[in-house]
Design a protein around this ligand. Structure first.
Ligand SMILES: *Cc1c(COP(=O)(O)O)cnc(C)c1O
Length: 353
């Protein structure tokens, strides 16, 4: 039976990517598996170089002073690495959810954190606006898409200090002027590949400004000098991410997938707004195009709704354990057809109730 995978992460990947990745597990290089050859062999070094190049090409940052890295430890390790490498005295953070809060917690280990604004007062259901970023801070950090609460930044502040952005759950999903960011990071498992690698795109001129000693493996300069191969890289995660970026480039790049993502978001949110049995969680103007969070207005329909979802092969729709309700994650590889199946179930519920 066809599955419609709305999981928030790890999550759906393009079928052809999974097909190619599984072929490489069996035979990548003359009968040898991708996961049993040296990461220093030419075939794999080519994969790493291609992955780094594709990331810069898709973001239109090639030749603009940026380096792309594929590191380990997830986005959570970037909470630490960003602060270790960039925070000398004080940094500015926008708090829009659990992941921002976690980033702030780690940064506080290395310096002062100035929280410019927070939406904690309303359970992170909106994105704060009209805050000021102190010019004396070393950098400003924000989270472009709040995976758990289903809000997304549509505009980014203008600031003269380096802007750092956690794009784990909306990287490659929409066109932006990516050169406004000095550093972008994204765990692969939301919109790029399997868990195990994290994309970091950093403009080199922001490095070498702190006085502390940085452990080699957590030092961006070392990782750049070693071409993301300071130690053994997660070869399968990097290869699969490379295939997904290649898939996206062949489709026509971010602008093509963005049009599709807009259609998907439009479809689900119009159902949430028109169907009296459902109510959205996030403030309308801040709704995420990647993760739509919503609730049933009548809890007695929970069982009926969930049985219907199961019957249609819809999986991964449960909200995050901290929010409850439902969350439809609609990453790049989720088709408009899958959103259509979900919306049909929602309207069928209304007819039945
Ligand atoms: C999932 C997620 C993280 C955490 O990623 P890990 O790779 O598990 O550390 C961080 N930030 C955002 C926005 C996320 O969606």
């Amino acid at each position: 039976m066809k599955k419609h995978n709305f999981s928030a992460g790890p999550c759906v990947l393009p079928k052809e990517v999974i097909q190619k990745a599984s072929e490489a597990l069996l035979d990548f290089d003359n009968g040898l598996s991708l996961i049993e050859i040296s990461h220093r062999s030419k075939p794999f070094v080519d994969v790493m170089e291609k992955a780094r190049r594709l990331a810069l090409q898709l973001l239109d940052l090639e030749g603009k002073g940026y380096q792309a890295l594929f590191l380990q430890g997830g986005a959570s390790t970037q909470f630490v690495m960003v602060a270790l490498n960039l925070l000398e005295t004080e940094a500015a953070y926008l708090n829009t959810g659990t992941w921002s809060s976690n980033a702030i917690k780690e940064a506080k280990l290395y310096g002062k954190v100035h929280e410019v604004a927070s939406s904690a007062d309303k359970s992170f259901s909106y994105v704060p606006k009209n805050y000021t970023i102190p010019a004396n801070c070393d950098y400003f950090h924000c989270t472009s898409n709040n995976t758990i609460f289903g809000t997304q930044l549509t505009t980014f502040p203008k600031t003269d200090i380096p802007m750092v952005c956690d794009m784990s759950s909306d990287i490659f999903s929409r066109t932006l002027d990516f050169s406004q960011f000095a550093l972008i990071y994204a765990g692969a498992q939301k919109n790029m590949g399997p868990a195990g690698t994290t994309l970091v795109v950093v403009r080199e001129d922001i490095l070498n400004k702190v006085t502390r000693s940085i452990p080699s493996i957590l030092n961006y300069n070392v990782q750049i000098a070693k071409n993301s191969m300071f130690n053994t890289p997660p070869v399968f995660a990097v290869y699969t991410s490379m295939l997904t970026m290649e898939w996206l480039q062949n489709l026509g790049g971010i602008s093509v997938i963005e049009a599709e993502n807009n259609k998907k978001a439009q479809l689900i949110y119009s159902e949430i707004d028109l169907n009296p049995l459902f109510t959205g969680f996030a403030a309308k103007e801040d709704r995420s195009k990647m993760n739509a969070t919503f609730n049933l207005t009548e809890t007695k329909l929970k069982e009926t709704f969930e049985t219907m979802l199961q019957k249609e092969g819809i999986s991964g729709l449960n909200g995050h354990r901290s929010v409850g309700g439902y969350r439809a994650s609609m990453y790049n590889a989720l088709t408009l057809d899958s959103v259509g199946v979900l919306v049909d179930v929602m309207s069928e519920l209304e007819r039945k109730a």
